[in-house]
Design a protein around this ligand. Structure first.
Ligand code: SAM
Length: 668
């Protein structure tokens, strides 16, 4: 969903000024020192990092603005790490921004701080489009994570997944002066800060306004007046002692989160990822960002032999005219995936790809109306997706197209096996091939995995990322996976098609040439599990493309050479992935059997899950867009770290959602 950008001016000193609030972002030329004094020193940073025990220190901020506070914190963290080289501490910075500054304005604003230039550049390189929701960015070799949430604090804070002992170690309560921005500085905000706070969480704010002081006290914080910076007299700082666990938001259903429950801390846990496709490789990569190793087990003799085996997969989000749950997930996941792919390339990994954009052509009246509605609704930022008329569409595609369309410039295509290889290489994962799962049995706190070749493996944590083989795993037998066969045609470059320079999408997709071949995707045959190449599907697929491109002579003249590849995708009834702890379906069925009575949520116990067993599956044909974020969510959940997705969207990925719906409707 589109978010309004900040309306910025720069004063005579080059300091940014927000027209929406009639206030400066920071004091002329004193921003750095002010930030250091108000937010760092008054939260006792960096001293508190020295003896801090959990692996991550979590800071949350209201109002990201230019990111100055974040960048000053980064600079402090770098210094801290230099002075404490043995420290393993990671920093997690959550910041919420209602009106994100446009990239060009941000670049200009940050030139005021040349001492932060190295860090500002990393921020600018990853800066997300003005899209509501959480954007997770990485800094300093992944030791710092920034979750930049775009939206109003009052809407965003309730969407941040909390735990019963809180999330946040320290608050930077920023935002323009309370007199200029009264809607933000409310009791609801202070209560929400207390709700997300961990025991002994501190806060600091530049204002000393009476109602802020009283409001924070009412929320449970101890509040002190402290000397402010520069010409201002006072500011506020303090902390909170939490004597009780939070009553966390129950359902979905009846939540506990997917955190791993391993008690042993003497050695790093052994992690087995079963599945050598996009899902498994992304889990290995997300773990490696936390310095954790995993072994990836694949049933074939090499990686990416299943649905992740296509040479040119279309990489684009599934967007609708209304930003419902599914398109919000797809949009956030797509932007996350794009940053991750760029990061792999910058770090020296290599995979064939082309960021050539995708053009969704308006090939019939229904699609034209849908596309027009999306544009009229301003559902998505224009930098993300915009409309082209037929002439512009032809110019972008470099083939003649008598159709208007929607263009997503940051999309493209990727060679999937090479990408999977690159992810595992970057993660330094061990790869074990020819390992087909036969059985999983609990053993101690972890699992024994029995393989088809008669061998066994022990692991503390198991992640099931098995695509169409998910059904073969007894613990997943009650998830209603849908298997769909898809055949992709590979055709030699010919005639005008040779010029094609973007991924064309209609009911299917067609890529520009790579090594003289174009990919034409794809058929969708439900409940068909065989992978042989079929001439009947070649005709079906080609016919679909020619029907959609009926007014393009070059498409009508396309000849195939009967080469292609079929694979089985694993989808779900609601077309969304399955991410989280594996439910103990038998136990949950009895725990929640009277759900249809719609009793108060507190009536229902926490769900029985299989301890230390997790799943990432059901990616359908969308894994290129969704796998990276889903893996990042899963690994964050397992490690008890903040989750990069709004909790209402997270609910939609829950592995037990079909069971719960069935129990509510009494269809089970
Ligand atoms: N921390 C920022 C920095 O380091 O540059 C400066 C913050 S600036 C003084 C205040 C920021 O709060 C602005 O970017 C403004 O758009 C944002 N803001 C104001 N009201 C907000 C709200 N209700 N929700 C989220 N952000 C808000």
């Amino acid at each position: 969903m589109t978010i309004t950008n900040a309306d910025l001016r720069f004063n005579e000193n080059g300091t940014p000024y927000a027209t929406q609030f009639e206030d400066l972002y920071f004091s002329d030329s004193k921003g750095f020192d002010e930030s250091q004094h108000v937010f760092l020193a008054n939260n006792l940073l960096p001293q508190r990092w020295k003896d801090f025990h959990p692996a991550q220190f979590v800071i949350a901020e209201t109002g990201f603005g230019t990111g100055l506070n974040f960048l000053v914190t980064l600079a402090n963290f770098v210094l801290f790490k230099e002075q404490h080289p043995s420290s393993r501490l990671q920093l997690h910075f959550i910041s919420i921004e209602k009106y994100p500054i446009g990239a060009a304005d941000l670049r200009r604003a940050l030139t005021l701080y040349p001492q932060l230039q190295a860090y500002s550049q990393v921020l600018l390189n990853q800066y997300p489009p003005a899209l509501a929701g959480c954007h997770r960015l990485f800094f300093l070799d992944n030791s710092v994570i920034l979750d930049l949430w775009l939206g109003d604090v009052h809407q965003v804070l309730p969407k941040i997944e909390n735990t019963n002992t809180g999330r946040v170690d320290c608050w930077f309560l920023d935002g323009f002066a309370p007199s200029k921005n009264p809607e933000m500085w409310t009791q609801t905000l202070f209560d929400k800060m207390a709700f997300l706070a961990k025991d002994q969480c501190t806060f600091a704010t530049f204002t000393a306004a009476g109602h802020v002081k009283r409001g924070l006290r009412q929320a449970g914080f101890e509040v002190f007046k402290r000397p402010a910076h520069g010409r201002k007299r006072d500011m506020l700082a303090g902390s909170i002692t939490k004597t009780q666990n939070n009553a966390t938001r129950l359902p979905y259903f009846a939540r506990q989160g997917a955190q791993c429950s391993l008690k042993k801390t003497h050695s790093p846990p052994t992690v087995a990822i079963i599945g050598g496709g996009l899902a498994g490789a992304n889990c290995a990569y997300a773990l490696s960002k936390r310095g954790m190793a995993a072994t990836v087990y694949c049933k074939e003799s090499s990686l990416a032999q299943g649905a992740s085996g296509n040479a040119q997969g279309g990489f684009y989000p599934q967007l609708n005219a209304v930003a419902g749950v599914s398109s919000q997930i797809h949009a956030t996941a797509f932007t996350y995936a794009k940053r991750l792919y760029e990061e792999l390339l910058v770090n020296g990994q290599d995979f064939a790809h082309q960021w050539c954009g995708t053009l969704q052509i308006a090939f019939n009246d229904k699609v034209t109306a849908r596309q027009q509605k999306m544009m009229n609704n301003n559902t998505w930022p224009p930098s993300f997706i915009h409309q082209l008329d037929a002439q512009q569409a032809s110019a972008v595609a470099k083939v003649s197209l008598p159709y208007s369309g929607l263009f997503i410039p940051s999309a493209g295509w990727i060679n999937l096996p090479q990408l999977v290889q690159a992810l595992c290489q970057a993660a330094k994962s061990q790869i074990a091939c020819d390992k087909r799962l036969t059985q999983l049995n609990p053993q101690g706190e972890g699992w024994q995995i029995d393989w088809h070749d008669g061998s066994h493996t022990q692991a503390d944590i198991v992640i099931l990322a098995m695509g169409s083989d998910s059904l073969a795993c007894q613990q997943l037998a009650d998830v209603p996976f849908r298997l769909v066969r898809g055949q992709v045609e590979s055709i030699a470059s010919q005639g005008e098609l040779t010029q094609l320079d973007t991924v064309l999408c209609h009911k299917g997709y067609m890529t520009p040439a790579w090594q003289g071949q174009h990919a034409l995707g794809s058929t969708y045959i439900k409940q068909d599990k065989s992978c042989e190449y079929r001439l009947s599907e070649q005709q079906l697929n080609l016919g679909m493309h020619q029907q959609a491109l009926i007014h393009c002579d070059w498409a009508q003249q396309m000849q195939t050479q009967s080469t292609g590849r079929a694979a089985i995708r694993c989808s779900t009834p609601d077309h969304l992935p399955i991410v989280g702890a594996v439910a103990d379906f038998a136990k949950q069925k009895s725990q929640y059997q009277d759900l249809y009575k719609a009793l108060p949520a507190a009536h229902y116990p926490a769900p029985s899950d299989h301890p230390n067993l997790f799943v990432l599956s059901g990616l359908g044909s969308r894994g290129l867009s969704t796998a990276p974020l889903c893996a990042e969510i899963l690994i964050s959940q397992i490690l008890g770290q903040p989750v990069p997705l709004a909790n209402d969207l997270l609910d939609a990925l829950s592995p037990n959602r079909f069971l719960i719906k069935g129990l509510i409707r009494r269809t089970l």
